[in-house]
Design a binder for this molecule. Structure first.
Ligand SMILES: *Cc1c(COP(=O)(O)O)cnc(C)c1O
Length: 436
């Protein structure tokens, strides 16, 4: 133990009410003393505590908010029996029937395959990992044919041409930015073609003089043998089924032609890849689903081990997959929020306005968006509160932090992504920050 001047320890002890391990309070005290400003130790410690991961209330109206963890947290892992204490093992890679080693891909992956109508599935760390593994395992050293209109950047620097370069496959671009037809693909397909890659333009839309080939049209280029070019479709957001059987009503209008795993496979894709935490509404993960022999090839590739998810993710994803198969909307928080009737939201907003009873706070209609780079331009009618003045910084500093939108010098709190259980917390915060 290094010698610790008593003043550091004494200062750290005055911070004992800040919810941090003592060692970090000592660090804050030491840094403040070294900076010649012992009084700053409290700010330092509080800033450190505030920066830790913690729940926030999402009043932005962006349901899949990339900065707020994308899909809202999946509910607690399934499974009865013990497991409420701190010691918790699971049969992650253990076959309970035989007592032998099992596969971590047997649980969530199998359930998702079932829900998507696929022969098999494989779970990896995220959507980018899924497409990287698919093209590396299936096309390294061979050709991947892709439309110039689909060489997209997803965000965070993830660009399809870069992924293809990293995979060791040779990218064969066809068509033009705005128009690519079946003939463009068929002219490029040779014996060297391993994969025809379709990439969903998930985060932007092209309008006007455009054309593209569908998976169904391209499926005729795959040839009669399983050795012909494979159609791999990166559908992105993880809509499992365009018919949304987990919803009580018809598919919502805002889905607007979003590609779905089940229908893309039925149209002739050998494999689809998608994210776990966009429209699927689960934890961060990537999923490959489709032909069993191809899933097995991907699973055997050394990259699969490097890209595999951890147990916490697989447990949460299993819970999500079971909810789809049970058609249990309440256990799919994204879908439950996205399909709440706007009249419910207006009612909650009215209750808040009545309770707050303050000039400058009114019920307002607004528009939520699915977000997360999914279905761009599509809005979900919503309702919330319109508050005079920009209080967004004060709400962010509240405990729990509330993330609202500033609009023309006012504050908008969209209730669609706010858990009704958090309405009282929102009310308390608004009462405090709007005090005259
Ligand atoms: C979001 C997305 C990805 C990347 O998925 P992550 O889970 O964010 O890594 C890849 N392709 C498409 C089409 C996407 O929409």
């Amino acid at each position: 133990m290094p010698h610790r001047p008593p003043s550091v320890d004494a200062l750290a002890r005055t911070l004992a009410d800040v919810d941090l391990p003592h060692a970090l309070l000592v660090d804050a005290a030491r840094a403040a003393i070294a900076a010649g400003d012992p009084a700053s130790a409290r700010d330092e410690a509080e800033a450190l505590a505030a920066a830790l991961l913690r729940p926030v209330i999402n009043a932005t109206g962006v349901l899949l908010h990339t900065n707020l963890g994308r899909a809202p947290g999946a509910p607690a892992p399934a499974g009865g029996g013990s497991g409420t204490g701190p010691v918790r093992y699971s049969n992650l890679e253990f076959d309970l029937a035989t007592g032998r080693r099992g596969s971590r891909q047997r649980h969530a992956a199998n359930l998702l395959a079932r829900a998507a109508g696929a022969e098999a599935a494989l779970v990896v760390n995220n959507g980018a990992a899924a497409i990287l593994l698919a093209v590396t395992a299936l096309a390294s050293g061979r050709h991947v044919v892709v439309s110039r209109g689909e060489l997209v950047e997803i965000g965070g620097g993830f660009r399809v041409p870069d992924v293809l370069a990293a995979s060791g496959a040779r990218m064969i671009e066809v068509g033009t930015t705005n128009r690519t037809g079946v003939a463009d693909y068929s002219a490029a397909v040779t014996a060297d073609t391993a994969v025809i890659l379709k990439v969903h333009q998930s985060n932007y839309r092209m309008v006007g003089f455009t054309a593209s080939a569908t998976v169904a049209q391209l499926s005729h280029l795959s040839g009669p043998t399983p050795e012909g070019p494979l159609i791999v479709a990166d559908i992105g957001s993880g809509l499992l089924d365009a018919n949304t059987p987990w919803l009580p009503g018809p598919p919502p209008a805002w889905l607007h032609g979003e590609p779905a795993a089940r229908q893309t496979l039925a149209a002739g894709a050998a494999l689809v890849t998608f994210s776990g935490d966009k429209l699927l509404g689960g934890p961060q993960a990537g999923v490959l689903a489709g032909r069993r022999d191809l899933i097995e090839r991907c699973a055997r590739h050394p990259l699969a081990r490097a890209l595999r998810p951890g147990r916490l993710v697989l447990e949460a994803l299993q819970t999500t997959a079971l909810a789809y198969l049970r058609r249990d909307l309440a256990a799919l928080p994204f879908w439950a929020m996205a399909t709440l009737p706007v009249s419910d939201l207006r009612g909650r907003a009215q209750t808040l306005v009545t309770n707050l009873h303050r000039a400058g706070i009114t019920v307002a209609d607004c528009a939520s968006v699915p977000g997360g780079g999914s279905v761009p331009g599509m809005e979900i009618p919503s309702a919330g509160l319109l508050v005079d003045g920009d209080h967004t910084a004060a709400l962010r500093a509240w405990c729990p932090p509330i993330i609202a939108r500033a609009h023309d010098g006012s504050t908008v709190c969209d209730l669609r992504a706010v858990d009704p259980a958090d309405d009282p917390a929102l009310e308390t915060a608004l009462a405090a920050v709007t005090l005259p």
